[in-house]
Design a protein. Structure first.
Ligand code: NAP
Ligand code: 8YV
Length: 322
């Protein structure tokens, strides 16, 4: 068989690029004069794809590489990769779980406090000179004291958020497709049922068809006029148009968002809302955590070349040998 190579469709962080270049097998698609012609001529030599961010790796794309064995995704969320199709065609998809869990949960709690206690607004107030001109920033109407939190998707990140919420003295419940018998939190079979009962809804849910627009106008109405929404999972989980309307009409009190439907585009209407705290998808964005994630991308691909089990295949593509 001809030599097997790695394809990177778009640039990834330096640690990944260097780790893959060291194999002497990396092809960078953006450096090609004619990427389509390259794929046509050498597609059958590609055994591994290194990807991340917003690049769609669907059935049509993977079909161009008949000897593809692994798609290594930079990120624990892999909604941009058709893992079901990959699994049906003997292709492993790997992601970057665990190493980012605590960082993302920290960001979620930061975003929660910023949103509830209006910290960005009060900081803007100081910087604008209003403290001296007008006196203290107004007392916040909302608080974490005595509040309850409902977590949508009690996975690795959801659980790390729950642990932190426990330390803050918040009452915790969750909604997912299945009840988890080994957790001390109240389970709700429906998201709208949970939204009715809690003060704060935090989503740590993955993207994809099964969660698309799960947080819609009905859920936001159920959350109510003092309700807070935090989204640290994926933007597609929230119906952004309904959220903008709910924030504008004070159907809910405020939202803190790290993720958006069409990143990096954030609707102007959302940016203009004072009761929205907006972060540019920074959940895992420290050198420490991103390096650990990047190393996992490299390690999964190196495992393929070494004929070893990949460290972190996703559930849809369990490793059964190369
Ligand atoms: P995980 O451990 O696989 O947890 C995912 C959870 O989602 C599971 O508990 C699952 O529970 C639940 N779930 C799946 N489909 C669902 C559905 N249709 N309805 C309700 N719940 C559903 O993943 P993780 O490591 O916690 O990561 C979660 C997500 O966070 C990632 O997929 C990614 O999108 C996002 N993320 C964001 C950032 C950021 O920077 N903002 C960083 C990392 C990750 P059930 O199977 O019981 O339903
Ligand atoms: C990354 C993420 O920022 O892991 C995920 O699912 O959303 C983040 O950690 C992203 O995947 C990198 O593009």
């Amino acid at each position: 068989m001809a030599a097997t190579y790695i394809l990177a469709p778009k640039p990834l962080m330096p640690l990944i690029m260097e780790g893959l270049k060291a194999t002497g097998r990396l092809h960078c698609l953006w450096e090609m004069d004619n990427p389509d012609a390259f794929i046509l001529e050498y597609g059958e030599n590609i055994g591994a794809i290194a990807t991340g961010g917003h690049i769609k790796i669907d059935a049509t794309y993977m079909s161009k590489f008949p000897n593809l064995k692994i798609v290594a995704n930079f990120g624990v969320g892999y909604d941009t990769v058709d893992a079901k199709w990959a699994g049906e065609h003997g292709i492993i998809v790997s992601n970057t779980p665990d190493v980012l869990t605590e960082e993302v949960a920290d960001t979620a709690l930061g975003l929660l406090i910023m949103t509830v206690r209006e910290l960005p607004q009060s900081e803007r107030y100081l910087r604008a000179g209003h403290w001296q001109e007008k006196g203290p920033y107004p007392l916040t109407l909302n608080t974490l004291r005595g509040k309850s939190v409902g977590i949508l998707a009690l996975g690795r990140i959801g659980k790390a958020i729950a642990t932190r919420c426990e330390a803050f003295g918040l009452k915790i419940s969750y909604h997912g497709r299945t009840e988890q018998k080994d957790v001390p939190y109240t389970y709700y079979q429906t998201l709208v049922g949970m939204a009715k009962d809690v003060d704060i809804l935090i989503s740590a849910a993955p993207g994809g068809a099964s969660t698309f627009h799960s947080i819609n106008a009905e859920v936001l109405k159920a959350l109510g006029p003092m309700g807070i929404l935090i989204n640290i999972g994926r933007g597609s989980v929230v119906d952004e148009k309904s959220l903008i309307k709910a924030l504008h009409d004070k159907v809910i009190f405020a939202a803190g968002l790290d993720v958006f439907e069409d990143e990096p585009q954030v609707p102007k209407e959302l940016i203009e809302l004072e009761n929205a705290v907006l972060l540019p998808h920074v959940g895992s964005a420290s050198h420490h955590t991103r390096n650990l994630m990047g190393q996992l991308v490299v390690d999964n691909i190196l495992a393929f070349f070494a004929g070893k089990a990949p460290p972190t295949p996703v559930a849809e593509t369990p490793f059964k040998g190369w």
